[in-house]
Design a protein around this ligand. Structure first.
Ligand code: ZN
Length: 125
């Protein structure tokens, strides 16, 4: 990243913004009255990294929203679950808003329920 000193775009280099006169005597808040401000410039590689970071964050949010907060794989309880709702709750199943199905975060109860593993990647298809 390189920093270049440029004329403050807010006050056009005057360091003063007339319609903010009532507030701090109109001293430009961006350049603090100097009329100059630093402009950051990024290399292509830095921009890519920034973008990657934003994408990773977005992905993490999406992942959490779809119920993959602690895990990459969820186990969907197949079949009619309405009548066994209370049993599922007792066994630690979680109602997943995205799938609109009961899910487990592990397959420990594979013998008891018909579990179908799904990965977060599956939800992106
Ligand atoms: Zn300014």
């Amino acid at each position: 990243m390189t920093i270049t000193e440029v004329t403050c775009p807010n006050c056009k280099g005057t360091g003063y913004i007339p319609h903010y006169d009532y507030n701090c005597q109109g001293v430009c808040f961006r350049c603090k009255g100097t009329g100059k401000t630093n402009q950051k410039e990024y290399t292509e590689e830095e921009l890519k990294k920034k973008e990657q970071k934003i994408n990773n964050k977005r992905q993490a949010t999406l992942k959490e929203l779809r119920g993959f907060k602690n895990t990459d794989i969820l186990y969907i309880v197949e079949g009619n679950t309405y009548s066994i709702k209370e049993q599922l709750k007792q066994d630690g199943a979680i109602w997943n808003m995205w799938f609109r199905k009961w899910v487990f975060e592990n397959d420990n109860l594979n013998d008891k329920y018909n579990l179908k593993p799904v990965s977060f990647e599956d939800t992106l298809k």
